[in-house]
Structure formats: structure tokens, C-alpha cells
Design a protein around this ligand. Structure first.
Ligand code: IMP
Ligand code: MG
Length: 185
């Protein structure tokens, strides 16, 4: 197979590595203050939030366990399908936990609306949502996180766990995806 230019869709870097790192240090302090020594369960929504979770859990100083769920809301490309399905569920009984959902980005709000409704039915001790990115201008359903590290405008973004058709999750920063490149080809 021919090697491909891996950076051809990177239009601009929106949030640099060091900015992300500093925001996560602050978020870790805030979460540790919220729970004040009480143990928590950080629930990462795969796949997009795996990088954020890995850094955020190391910035938290309360006892913490990790859980994973897989919620799929996107087909290929940059448009939401409007349908959310849980393709992998948590193994923990969350009625024993203070739960913090760790998400990469809130776009239409549908994924978290559905995930939060599902987890609330299981009666956790408490439930909060922390998202790395928030695109409030794109909301289709009402939803607000307890903490959003960055608010961005209507860009499709890649990197730091976020993908476009499964590519670019390994970029260490957050970049704007260049859709014009595909239109040219
Ligand atoms: P929502 O259900 O529309 O809020 O979408 C949430 C999910 O869509 C996120 O967890 C991401 O996986 C994906 N998503 C939304 N916006 C973007 C983006 O700009 N880049 C990459 N993935 C995105
Ligand atoms: Mg996601």
C-alpha cells in the first residue's frame, strides 16, 4: 500500500498539547475537591474519551476506579446519525459508586442524554458529567455537562482521542478537520 500524507486533513491546531495538559490539571483539582476523599468511578465513553480519561485519572487525587462503556452515535464521516446504541456496557454495579462520566465531546447532546438516563436508572450514589470539549451551538437536545474544559464553535475536530472515520485519534493536540481536502479529490 502507498504511504498516505497523514496530516493532509489538519486545517489548524485549535488546542495545543500544553493547553490541554493545564486544563486537565485544573479539572483534576476540581474533581478531587468535589468528592473530598470519597471514592469515585470514572466512566469513559469509548472510543473517543480514552485519551482524556488516561490523563484525567492521573490528575485526580481521590481514590478512583475506572469503567468503560461503548456508545456509538456516529456512522462514517462527520454527520451524526441521530441514533445512539450502547455496544459495550459497564461491568460495575454503580449503585455503590459516585460516578463521573468522562466524555470527549458534546455535540448534539444525544449520546449523553441517553447514557445519563440509562445510568440514572441504576441509582448511583451520585452522577456527574465531565467533557473535554463542548459544542453548544450544535445541540439538538437540551444537555449541559457539570464541567466542560473547552467550548468550541462549529468545527469538526480530530486528535487527542477524537477521530474522523477512525483516523487521527493519536494526534497529541486537537485540530480542525479539513473537509475541503476530500472535496478536491
Ligand atoms: P452527540 O451525541 O451528537 O453529542 O455526539 C457525541 C459523539 O459524537 C462524541 O462522543 C464523539 O464521539 C462524536 N463527535 C461529535 N463531534 C465530533 C467532532 O467534532 N469530532 C469527532 N467526533 C465527534
Ligand atoms: Mg465519544
Amino acid at each position: 500500500m502507498e504511504p498516505v500524507a497523514y496530516d493532509k486533513h489538519i486545517k489548524q491546531v485549535l488546542i495545543a498539547q500544553e493547553e490541554i495538559a493545564e486544563a486537565i490539571r485544573q479539572a483534576g483539582r476540581q474533581i478531587s475537591t468535589w468528592y473530598d476523599g470519597r471514592p469515585i468511578l470514572l466512566v469513559s465513553i469509548l472510543k473517543g474519551a480514552f485519551v482524556f480519561l488516561a490523563d484525567l485519572c492521573r490528575a485526580v487525587t481521590v481514590p478512583c476506579e475506572i469503567g468503560f462503556m461503548c456508545a456509538k452515535s456516529y456512522y462514517q464521516g462527520t454527520e451524526s446519525s441521530g441514533m445512539v446504541s450502547i455496544t459495550m456496557d459497564l461491568e460495575q454495579d454503580i449503585s455503590q459508586y459516585h460516578v463521573v462520566i468522562v466524555e470527549d465531546i458534546i455535540d448534539t447532546g444525544r449520546t449523553l442524554r441517553d447514557v445519563v438516563a440509562l445510568l440514572r436508572e441504576r441509582n448511583p450514589l451520585s452522577l456527574r458529567v465531565v467533557t473535554l470539549l463542548d459544542k453548544p451551538c450544535r445541540r439538538k437536545v437540551e444537555f449541559e455537562a457539570d464541567m466542560a474544559l473547552f467550548t468550541i464553535s462549529d468545527h469538526f475536530v480530530i486528535g487527542y482521542g477524537l477521530d474522523c472515520a477512525e483516523q487521527y485519534r493519536n494526534l497529541p493536540y486537537i485540530a480542525e478537520y479539513d473537509t475541503a481536502v476530500d472535496a478536491e479529490n
